[in-house]
Design a binder for this molecule. Structure first.
Ligand code: KDG
Ligand code: MG
Length: 403
């Protein structure tokens, strides 16, 4: 069997997505998500120019060899563009292999470790009250876990909170990066009040999560982790930028609040010190940025040695193809923790028909052979690419900060 054709498809049904389709000489095909929010065209060019020409003619069943061919063979290892391109190939090839086997992907990975996949919803509001009302709505929808992000007095625009009430939150909202203002002091003084209010209104059973989105220094993160301990968070996410893995030692020494890290990671090496020194509790790297299933399996196994569980990134900037593959992975992986769920628009769901379903706060994996997600290429053409950039943050004095 040979790969006869492979091509990228860019579509924007509400936001941009890049998809790789690989077709075999026997007519079986697979698809992988190659979306890298705000840098879509870089991955597309990498695939079109450097990967696809070298894929044609290869045996699609040799997933492992193809992975190493593009990882080692590039010479320039790692990085989000390279690893997203490799991930798209890898997920498409696992899709093909599972279709050839006539099995849903989770069976090929080793079968079910659970019947359903617990998800967490995004609950946001311009202030604490509005955010709590959002929590109530999501609890009524069946969610057992919620991520809470509320506006902070004195900070005009904040990560996770839509600009206008009733609007969906989508951070890549302008052709060129919007400039936001950040104040660590205002944030740190305000955010513990949010968790106190959530516990006061919803009691102890609800899992409560929060995303700091890389904005603190280690000592500030240590303070926050310590202050929110009484509210028993499920996790505190990305409390500092994580290039310096060693910095988590300081945070860890001060707090028992569980830590989740890695949505911007793309390699097992980004995690090595964090895991081996037991500095975190959840890994977040998504399949579509981290080299696909082949690589993520290794990261999850390494994490398992240190009692660390998965909590895959799942915002709308990962396409339903990534989400569908993640739900198979979540259904199989022994050290599963939770799956992020930020619903796609109806238009996106129409472009990417899928067989996973959402029920009572959980995803239920589908039984179709493969990863169960397809792309309607004709419909995809109706939504042309539109350049969209993530914002940047500046401190109140104008200093460029982490967004
Ligand atoms: O979903 C999350 O936890 C995020 O932090 C979402 C990111 O801001 C988003 O993926 C950026 O593209
Ligand atoms: Mg995040």
């Amino acid at each position: 069997m040979k790969i006869e054709q492979a091509y990228t498809i860019v579509t924007s049904p509400g936001r941009n997505f890049v998809t790789l389709k690989i077709v075999t000489d026997e007519g079986v095909y697979g698809i992988g998500d190659a979306t890298l929010n705000g840098r879509e065209m870089a991955v597309m060019a990498y695939l079109d120019e450097h990967v696809i020409p070298a894929l044609i003619g290869r045996d699609p069943q040799q997933i492992e060899d193809i992975w190493h061919y593009f990882y080692r063979g590039a010479y320039w290892r790692r990085g989000p563009v390279t690893m997203s391109a490799i991930a798209a190939v890898d997920v498409a090839l696992w899709d093909i292999k599972a279709k050839l086997a006539g099995m849903p992907l989770y069976q090929l990975l080793g079968g079910k470790s659970r019947e359903r996949v617990m998800t967490y919803a995004h609950c946001t509001g311009k202030d604490i009250e509005t955010c709590l009302d959002e929590v109530e709505t999501h609890v009524k929808l069946g969610y057992r876990a919620v991520r809470v992000q509320a506006g902070v007095p004195g900070i005009p625009t904040i990560y996770g909170v839509a600009k206008r009430e009733g609007e969906r939150y989508e951070p890549a909202d302008a052709e060129l990066p919007a400039e936001h203002v950040w104040s660590t002091e205002k944030y740190l003084n305000h955010v513990p009040k949010l968790f106190a209010a959530v516990r006061e209104r919803f009691g102890d059973d609800l899992h409560v999560l929060h995303d700091v989105h890389h904005r603190l220094t280690p000592i500030e993160a240590a303070r926050l982790g310590k202050e929110v301990e009484p509210y028993h968070l499920f996790w505190l996410e990305d409390c500092v930028p994580a290039e310096n893995q060693e910095s988590f030692r300081l945070i860890r020494q001060h707090t028992t609040t569980p830590l989740a890290v890695g949505e911007v990671f793309n390699s097992i090496h980004d995690y090595r010190e964090l895991l081996e020194n037991q500095l975190i509790d959840y890994i977040r790297m998504p399949l579509s940025h981290g080299g696909g299933i082949t690589h993520m399996r290794r990261v999850a196994d390494l994490a398992g040695l240190y009692h660390v569980r998965t909590g895959f990134h799942g915002p709308t900037d990962l396409s339903p193809v990534c989400l569908g593959a993640a739900i198979h992975f979540d259904t199989w992986v022994p050290n599963f923790g939770i799956q992020e769920h930020m619903p796609h628009t109806e238009e996106t769901d129409e472009v990417f028909p899928h067989d996973f379903r959402f029920e009572d706060g959980h995803f239920i994996v589908g039984e179709a052979p493969g990863h169960g997600v397809d792309i309607d290429e004709k419909l995809a053409q109706q939504y042309p690419y539109k350049r969209a950039s993530l914002p940047v943050n500046r401190l109140e004095d104008g200093t460029l900060w982490h967004w």
